[in-house]
Write a protein that binds this ligand. Structure first.
Ligand SMILES: Cc1cc2nc3c(=O)[nH]c(=O)nc-3n(C[C@H](O)[C@H](O)[C@H](O)COP(=O)(O)OP(=O)(O)OC[C@H]3O[C@@H](n4cnc5c(N)ncnc54)[C@H](O)[C@@H]3O)c2cc1C
Length: 495
């Protein structure tokens, strides 16, 4: 069986890890595609500043679901990186852990072929005779279009390109991509006033880097002005009400779906059972960043409980999220998502203290209500909803996060757009492309469910809602690879 993995970051390496484990691996020929820079490390874990940290503690991040300490053990066993007994290591160290497995496999197995190029097109081989499984053709620009036909393709090309909410892409001193962070100050002179726009996890990375390497007061501006919460003390949570069994019972009485009101009720019951003071936690924010971060730092237990609960929901999100109708998903996004988002991806405690210190020493100023950013006389003008006067800065670093919908994409995401144009993939109304949630099979408007084309990562965000962390990606890789081998075994049994 001829297999391609397109994109060799977390998902690609995880898929390969699962493939090589199986006794039938020798029956595969595997081509792996990525550019040389990211091959084996991906975007988030590329070589970058050591100020950029993983967002979960070392002991909770692993490519091996049977051994959550594997990354920790790998770190302890090597001599290249030494950050002591850190709880949060720099992200690039995780990238080298991933890459060490790729290097090891490539050395050991001669049925793995590294193709250090990006894929420019993917097509489905049209055959006159109707067959159930169609072959997939993969093309790169190398040698004026090298194309190869595969029985099975894993599509794992990572996040879509970044949002550009104020249409400034291409303007001088507008840093459209916040990564690698160590390049963001390349064109910035020492007296330039810098603003970072966006207050998600990407902006925390950039803030840390810029404050450590640039002497001027930094402006952080966004619409909401809310930073993520601070990680509390994590505990093990067992769900009692939001379980598959209870969902199945309710779905039987509601034509296969869970109405949002019932979901809310189950959520409330779960909070009560876990003694989570949900209402007070959800309304704890005052809008004063220092006060809010200090509150979080002072309440690690209750906050940790809430975050642990949300993490457990994230682990089960495939069947929870996909039980809702599209209308209810949309309603959830409009009414409640903001509260989840703030608490689902918490920042390390050290980062929170760092931000408080920088605000108190006047090196960082945070502004909410950003409405517009425009280029005026060689500088940038930031305009706000309310009391602030327009502000002038020399440089803007865009940390507003990646696009989510196919309709927002441009040439930077040419491969996906091209696949949509050929009707191989189609948009999910919430975001990304349509896949089967349990198997990651691509649902094509032209060919139906393509069991031999599997998609992973942020491009599946409409179905895999909030399921793009390392652990969840590895879970999906394990499932899909098991299904590949089941198909292979069937083929061998039939022969
Ligand atoms: C800044 C940032 C920080 C994060 N930090 C964490 C964290 O600390 N912990 C955590 O659990 N999750 C984190 N995440 C979530 C993260 O997205 C996932 O954990 C994971 O890295 C995503 O894996 P992926 O394989 O989908 O994407 P990536 O790891 O980015 O891999 C995609 C790969 O595809 C390649 N590619 C793209 N286009 C093509 C093409 N046309 N042909 C061939 N190759 C292509 C890219 O070069 C890249 O190497 C972070 C995400 C971001 C954006």
């Amino acid at each position: 069986m001829k297999v391609a993995i397109v994109g060799m970051g977390t998902a690609g390496v995880s898929i390969l890890r699962q493939l090589v484990k199986h006794e039938m691996f020798e029956h595969l020929e595997v081509d792996i595609y990525d550019n040389r820079k990211n091959m084996g490390q991906g975007e988030p874990f590329q070589n970058d500043s050591e100020d950029l940290l993983i967002n979960v503690p070392v002991d909770m991040l692993s490519l091996n679901l049977d051994n959550m300490k594997e990354f920790r053990e790998w770190y302890a066993s090597q001599d290249d990186f030494d950050y002591g007994d850190a709880e949060y290591l720099p992200r690039y160290v995780f990238g080298h852990y991933m890459k060490s497995y790729l290097d090891q496999y490539v050395k050991r197995y001669d049925n793995i072929h590294v193709i250090p190029h990006e894929v420019t097109q993917i097509g489905v081989v049209e055959e006159e005779k109707e067959i159930s499984v169609k072959k997939i053709i993969v093309q790169t620009d190398e040698h004026e279009g090298r194309s190869t036909i595969y029985d099975y393709v894993f599509l794992s090309t990572g996040t879509f390109s970044y949002n550009d909410p104020y249409h400034l892409k291409g303007s001088p001193k507008y840093i459209y991509e916040p990564y690698p962070a160590y390049r963001t100050l390349d064109e910035v002179s020492s007296h330039d006033k810098v603003a970072v726009i966006g207050t998600g996890l990407a902006s925390l990375d950039v803030i840390r880097y810029v404050l450590n390497h640039h002497d001027q007061t930094l402006v952080l501006a966004s619409r909401g002005g809310q930073l993520p919460s601070v990680r509390g003390e994590m505990v093990t949570v067992t769900l009692q009400y939001m379980t598959k069994e209870i969902f199945d019972d309710i779905k039987q009485n509601h034509m296969g779906n869970i109405p949002l009101d019932i979901l809310k009720e189950l959520f409330r019951k779960e909070c009560d059972a876990l003694n989570i003071p949900f209402k007070s936690l959800i309304h704890r924010r005052t809008g004063n960043v220092v006060k809010d971060l200090q509150y979080d730092l002072a309440h690690p237990e209750s906050l940790g409980l809430l975050q642990s609960f949300l993490m457990e929901l994230k682990d089960n999100m495939n069947w929870i999220w996909n039980s809702l109708t599209n209308d209810d998903q949309q309603l959830f996004l409009e009414r409640y998502y903001q509260y989840f988002k703030e608490n689902m991806n918490p920042m390390p405690r050290d980062t929170a203290q760092f931000i408080i210190d920088e605000i108190e020493s006047n090196k960082l100023r945070v502004y909410a209500g950003l409405e517009k950013a425009t280029r005026v006389n060689g500088q940038y003008q930031l305009q706000f909803e309310t009391e602030h006067q327009a502000m002038i800065v020399d440089v803007i670093i865009n940390a507003t996060g990646p696009k989510k919908k196919l309709s927002q994409l441009d040439a930077s995401d040419g491969l996906l757009l091209n696949m949509a144009n050929k009707q191989i993939v189609q948009a999910h109304p919430i975001g990304g492309i349509q896949i089967v949630s349990e198997s990651n099979e691509v649902i094509s408007p032209r060919y139906g469910t393509l069991s031999n084309l599997r998609a992973f990562g942020q491009m599946t965000n409409g179905v895999n809602f909030e399921r793009n962390g390392v652990t969840m990606i590895v879970q999906q890789a394990v499932k899909s690879v098991t299904q590949l081998y089941a198909q292979l075994e069937e083929e061998y049994d039939a022969d």
